[in-house]
Design a protein around this ligand. Sequence first.
Ligand code: NAP
Length: 463
Amino acid sequence: MAYATTNPYTGETVKTFDTATPEEINQAINSTDAAFREWSQTPIEDRAALLSRAAEILRANKRDYAETLTLEMGKLIAEAEAEVELSAAILDYYAKFGAQHLAPRYLRAEGFGDQDVALVNDPLGVLYAVEPWNFPYYQVIRISAPQTLAGNTILLKHASNVPQSALRMVELFRQAGFPDGVLTNIFASHEASEQILADPRVRGVALTGSEGAGGAIASIAGKNLKKSTLELGGADAFVVLEDAEVEKAAKWAAFGRHWNAGQVCVSSKRIIVVDAVYDRFLAEYKKHVAEFVAGDPMDPATTLAPLSSQTAADDVLKQVEAARAEGATVEAIGAEVPEQGAFVRPMLITNIPEGSETSQAEFFGPISQVYRAKDEDDAVRIANDTPFGLGGSVFSTDIERARKIARRIDTGMVFINQPTGVKADIPFGGVKRSGYGHELIDLGIKEFVNEKVVVVTDIDGSF
Ligand code: NAP
């Protein structure tokens, strides 16, 4: 795919970029590897100081950074500003806590003193990061902040529709004072992943994206015996029990399903409501969804953004038609949307046949699937009837009951009484077809370090 900025609101292509040649990719690996040699030897406090500086730059230029996001993938300007803030918070988190996450761990081993057997965390080298367009800064920072703090360097292949966001991340690192090559952008083709992952200097790959991309990258990584982490799609269950605050749940569900125009991996995509409160919930939910106002994402009055591209909008509409063909009930529940721009009018899908493709699919847009569950057990059954396992929610006023249900849902993250959250200090990761591995906190930083064993023995002693 060619790299280009196409404004999803106007449909205008404003800038295009050439795809990197194999020689250019080799040069990019050269410079990212050369940077690693120096960077990995830089004191961790100095690395942390640069992360803090990058956070300051982001915050000081929040609107300017946000506008690039809205231009390239159409998100609401307020959501773009929130993404800039979140990215700064992740940088700050690792500046503050990264060193302690990497501190050596001393093991109790028989016959050795307290500090004789250590697990130290050494950086690996160049990491390949393949990232999606839906959170163009957050996704880059989620991998770059921990891994550069750990001493690794990053070769970034961003989504082809957000090339300027990719360049802004590189510019941010440069302005903050990171040496050249610590974060290197390449406008790589899909095929280039073969070259990149076959290169012995590249030590691992982190991908966030679709199942297709995850499978492709993981198999190339496997063939080359490289570590991979995959953050893939999701179809989060949003379970509403009979003792929930129904109005609150409906409001959160409407937000959880429609922020970022519904293009969020951890969006409340399958809303599962027990029979006792189903009708009340649905009436409230429809009322909230009808209030969304689609329009110019730069206008603060707009509350529903266009999708990231016309192709994305067409794909979602095709999925809706497929749901109808499978026998599900489809109903428009949002207000009319403008003709100009990659908009999709919010729709509700109910009566979804069990075992249908619709029941197993991820809808990446403002489309709500709502299920009626007989009771709590039935809600858990429906929640688990998905190939995905990323996030999920349980709404109940009985927190202990909600906690127990959270443990029964086969997923990576469960939030009680709110949609799946995205925070700088809460880890992120899924199971099943949502991928493997974690990002954020100590779990994320440890994904790409060499947890090396260093043993001290007394030369006169015996093993
Ligand atoms: P996508 O097509 O998989 O794109 C993601 C990235 O992978 C892009 O940089 C893309 O490059 C690249 N890519 C795609 N196929 C590739 C291949 N065969 N070889 C090498 N690179 C490849 O994802 P999307 O559909 O745009 O994004 C939405 C998906 O990401 C959804 O499923 C969503 O749930 C998931 N997501 C997951 C998380 C999470 O943390 N779990 C977060 C956000 C999004 P091009 O742009 O050049 O094709």
